[in-house]
Ligand binder design. Structure first.
Ligand code: ATP
Length: 326
């Protein structure tokens, strides 16, 4: 698109491993293609409060292996108001920014959609969240690293679970989706996964206990997606205490350690491909789309679709966990 000269880049919402690899790819591809790049600090906060600096190829040196985001990230209340977005637009204009690349989750992309509707700004999004809960893409940047962190933790918990003959509930992140819990359970050999997508199907806890895991096993690990509908690990442990007091249940909440760490090869490659594609998209005149990946191919997903979470998790995975944990 001939009239874009300067591209602004920001990371917003929860951080995810691989965001730095994406920042690097966006910056270097843009510079390679002759654009100027402006780094916007702390997500939309930096647009509203004018924390913007020019990025060179060197600004993104030595970051591909780092978790977190060198641009920092924030949740910005001001940007959710029309007045805040007006200030953001004025600051963008003052900095000479003609287009934006926004890396973040559903909230960040919703903000991008609203901003692009109000002002005539081309925006391309990248799915940056460990939760894998965006529409129109098979994978989000950070998901694979978080999954590997989870299985590493569960492997360690397994040692103590086996030694003490206990039932362990391990709570993992995932926001609206059960991908981390389900695929974490498959990859760590857990006895069950309790996920929001199943909440109306069966009483997953009763199902686990009624399967009588004690008949053949002395310990069990259950991965629980953090979500009000699953009851969380603490809620499930409380139920065990009340309904199945013969079991000794323990809880581990993995929390923010799932967000950290050096990105895996898969996340670095995904972020690099998507980051480069974001610049191609702007160059082609695309706007208001997120870069997604479907069956290995990069695709353009309208923001409205990206932010609509479809419950397309493969529930056969639940059966697989059951079958493989006999
Ligand atoms: P994660 O999936 O890791 O939580 P996220 O991108 O969904 O990341 P949010 O906190 O939901 O994180 O959103 C990040 C920021 O995006 C918000 O702090 C706000 O500045 C902006 N944002 C979210 N929703 C809106 C909205 N409806 N209108 C304008 N801006 C929004």
């Amino acid at each position: 698109m001939g009239n874009i000269k300067t591209i602004g880049i920001l990371t917003s919402g929860g951080d995810a491993p691989g965001m730095n690899a994406a920042i690097r790819a966006v910056t270097r591809t843009a510079i390679y293609r002759g654009f100027r790049v402006m780094g916007i600090m702390r997500g939309y906060y930096g647009l509203v409060f004018n924390e913007i600096e020019e990025f060179t190829s060197k600004s993104v040196s030595n970051i591909i292996q780092q978790g977190g985001t060198i641009l920092k990230t924030a949740r910005c209340k001001e940007f959710t108001t029309a007045e805040g977005r007006k200030t953001a637009y004025e600051n963008m204009q003052r900095a000479g920014i003609d287009a934006l690349v926004v890396i973040g989750g559903d909230g960040s992309l919703t903000g991008a959609r609203i901003f692009a509707e109000e002002y005539d700004i081309p925006i391309v999004g990248l799915p940056g969240t460990i939760d894998n809960d965006l529409g129109g893409t098979d994978r989000t940047i950070g998901y694979d690293t978080a999954l590997n962190t989870i299985i590493d933790a569960v492997d360690k918990i397994r040692d103590t679970a086996t030694s003490h003959e206990r039932l362990f509930f391990v709570e993992v992140m995932g926001n609206r989706a059960g991908y981390l819990a389900l695929n974490g359970a498959i990859a760590s050999g857990a006895e069950a996964a309790i996920i929001p997508e199943m909440e109306t199907e069966i009483d997953q806890l009763a199902d686990l206990v009624n399967r009588g895991f004690r008949k053949s096993k002395n310990s069990a690990i259950v991965l629980v997606a953090e979500n009000p509908t699953t009851g969380g690990a603490l809620g499930l442990a409380q139920r065990i205490k009340e309904e199945f007091p013969e079991y000794d249940a323990r809880v581990t909440i993995l929390g923010h350690l799932q967000r950290g760490g050096s990105p895996t090869a898969a996340d670095r490659i995904l972020a690099s491909r998507m980051g480069a594609q974001a610049i191609t998209a702007l160059d082609e005149g695309q706007r208001n789309v997120m870069i997604g990946i479907k069956n290995g191919e990069l695709v353009y997903v309208p923001f409205s679709k990206a932010t609509t979470h479809t419950r397309n998790i493969d529930l056969e995975g639940i059966e697989l966990v059951k079958m493989l944990s006999i």
